[in-house]
Ligand binder design. Sequence first.
Ligand code: C2E
Ligand code: CA
Ligand code: CA
Ligand code: CA
Length: 279
Amino acid sequence: SKAKGRNSYFLFTQQMSERIAQRLTLESDMRRALKEREFTVYFQPKVDLASGEVSGLEALVRWVKPDGIIVSPEDFIPMAEETGLIVPLGEFVLDASCKAMQVLQGVGCSALTVAVNLSPIQFGQEDLVEMVVANLERNGLPASRLELEITESTLMTDVQSSVAQLNRLVELGITISIDDFGTGYSSLYYLKNFPISTLKIDRSFIRDITIDDSDAKIVETVVLMARTMGIGVVAEGVETKEQLDLLATFGCATVQGYYYSRPLPLEKIIEFLLGKNGV
Ligand code: C2E
Ligand code: CA
Ligand code: CA
Ligand code: CA
């Protein structure tokens, strides 16, 4: 068993060094990809449930490798956060989103807001607000067209400075959504203490909404609470007509999910918008 122990020790260290090597490769790959402009931004519509009209878009980053393979953000955002690469990457996403808004304006969709996901690491940057303002100005856009999606973990890190940063962004006219609502530790605390305009109910609550009665009750209650507080509410991950119909009976204002559209490149989203809203 001593030999076995030693073997498993070797196996362990070998796995560890493999993982470290993988991480280093991913990190240098990402640095190269940023330089070579392999990142791109897809957009997914947020749809007003009552009218069926698109009220906004969410920007979601994609890594398109030279061989055409598309890497999911779930596979590189954590590493981007660990290495700090999320800062230039996040700025790229914001810039691409602002440019997309200009293109949308050109095709008559000038009322659409675009929501950009903000990492806690970006939130920790002292010049975050300046960076956002500079980007909006450079692209000639009013702050009201931009929405920022943050998670509870973003706010958890440093409550005092987070409130200050959020207030500055909100004073500029930017709206703030709480992403993945319900998955954190103290969602209600944030609703009470931060200037939040919308909450996005996490997909995990929507998935079984038509078969799991407690999920349905949670969602119904969150929708009611948001409405009572005068906060917007978006149901994420809506995939079926049945989910949509149930959300309608709950009075949920906005939905997002594959039922309407997957995240798509800007050209495809424009086709979708022109077909749908008839502008
Ligand atoms: P998220 O912000 O919660 O984004 C929603 C995710 O759910 C997206 O995955 C979207 O493609 C997916 N989704 C939307 N509708 C449906 C549906 O009906 N069914 C299912 N199964 N999935 C749906 P995606 O694009 O892979 O992004 C994953 C996560 O990566 C995002 O979750 C967000 O946390 C992060 N992320 C993506 N882009 C960025 C970015 O530019 N910056 C930062 N900081 N994070 C990003
Ligand atoms: Ca989001
Ligand atoms: Ca989400
Ligand atoms: Ca998520």
